[in-house]
Design a protein around this ligand. Structure first.
Ligand SMILES: Nc1ncnc2c1ncn2[C@@H]1O[C@H](COP(=O)(O)OP(=O)(O)OP(=O)(O)O)[C@@H](O)[C@H]1O
Ligand SMILES: [Mg+2]
Length: 354
């Protein structure tokens, strides 16, 4: 794959659009193009696009400004409209499975099957038991169609629609590999959602999205410190920088600590649920990513609640920045926000997921 036929990864998040284009060579990927465009509040609410025109314009702007000419893109969906389940079925051929999968989905997915796109991945064949384990994925067609329509209006060609959690897992696999004997969690804490993916023995075993993130944190600073939203947002981001943090009111830190603790406690409930239902004994590590992972207070809170070592994922660890047009400083600052776009940019043409 050269830069010319690699898809552009387009991550339409609640607070910003992130785009990445990679080049793949024998020694691995490098970053060729990068773009970032903030979205006004209320443009996307609960993953629903409220102002389609604003998203179309932002997409056009971010492609223009980052000088990306490639129009074939990969998009992703997430949140409440996506469900994945690990299921076990009798061993069968791919043709049989393709026929059977709708029926399996009806049994395991709590959405009306007419409204969803279903896909699967074979995780493991266990001939000795006559069974195979699958990862079943269903995403609501409405949600996919909204994003696809908007991309088309921006004169883009969406060829792949993936799921946030899996694209991040792809990046993780590329940078660190997936240890075959360990169970660990990757948690993407963005602006309005925190998505959990537990990876066990090399594949996703559990995903869940929590409705909390950085926007809620900023709103709490507004409320409890009594300052305007922009100022609260600025102070929150400053609190992630050790140098700037000393000049902030202590109340800001109190609010950050308490919201991070609430996120950590919700996360812990999901981890406990997984441990109670999966038969796995323990989670060995938690990796954080997404914009809110920049706050060291989040990592500390998660570590305190879970008693598991926490590390901030470094999505650019094995992706050098190739192009001189890219502002390295900006990319490094935004690195935690780029996991989804980078994972999408790694997707090959037309591979199906949902
Ligand atoms: N340095 C920082 N310190 C603290 N918070 C930050 C920092 N940088 C970004 N954020 C927060 O991260 C959030 C944006 O992260 P991200 O881009 O991952 O979310 P999103 O994709 O827009 O939202 P979502 O995934 O919920 O749809 C915002 O709430 C922003 O305030
Ligand atoms: Mg996001």
């Amino acid at each position: 794959m050269s830069a010319a036929n690699g898809l552009v990864g387009v991550d339409i998040g609640a607070t910003s659009i992130k785009v990445c284009q990679l080049k793949e060579a024998r020694q691995g990927f490098s970053l060729m193009r990068f773009g970032y465009c903030p979205l006004e509040p209320q443009t996307i609410v609960d993953r629903h696009v409220m102002n389609a025109q604003a998203v179309v314009e932002a997409l056009q702007r971010v492609f223009r400004e980052s000088r990306i000419s490639q129009r074939d893109i990969a998009l992703s969906v997430s949140g409440q409209s996506v469900i994945s389940r690990k299921i076990t079925v009798p061993i069968m051929t791919i043709a049989e499975l393709d026929e059977q999968i709708q029926w399996e989905a009806e049994n395991h997915i709590p959405f009306d099957i007419k409204d969803v796109n279903v896909d699967y991945e074979i995780l493991r064949r266990r001939p000795e038991a006559g069974q195979m384990d699958l990862l079943l994925v269903a995403a609501k067609r409405d949600e996919i169609n909204d994003f696809v329509q908007i991309a088309r209006q921006a004169k883009l060609r969406p060829l792949v629609v993936d799921i946030d959690a899996f694209t991040i897992q792809n990046v993780f696999e590329y940078t660190r590999g997936l240890p075959p004997d360990q169970t660990f969690a990757i948690v993407n804490v963005g602006a309005t959602q925190a998505s959990i993916n537990i990876v066990s023995r090399g594949s996703s075993a559990f995903t869940r999205d929590l409705a909390s993130g950085g926007t809620h944190l900023t709103e709490q600073i507004v409320r409890q410190v009594g300052i305007p939203y922009e100022q609260a947002e600025e102070m929150k981001c400053a609190a992630s920088q050790p140098m700037a943090a000393s000049s902030l009111p202590s109340k800001v830190f109190q609010v950050i600590d308490s919201v991070c603790d609430a996120i950590a406690s919700e996360l812990q409930r999901s981890l406990d649920f997984f441990l109670a239902t999966s038969g796995e004994e323990r989670i060995t590590k938690i990796y954080l990513t997404g914009g809110t992972a920049n706050l060291p207070q989040l990592g500390s809170a998660v570590e305190r609640r879970s008693r598991v070592a926490v590390e901030v994922m470094q999505p650019l660890e094995r992706i050098p920045i190739e192009s001189k047009d890219i502002n390295q400083e900006v990319v490094r600052q935004r690195a935690s926000q780029l996991s989804v776009a980078l994972g999408l940019a790694m997707r090959k043409n037309k591979e199906k997921r949902v």
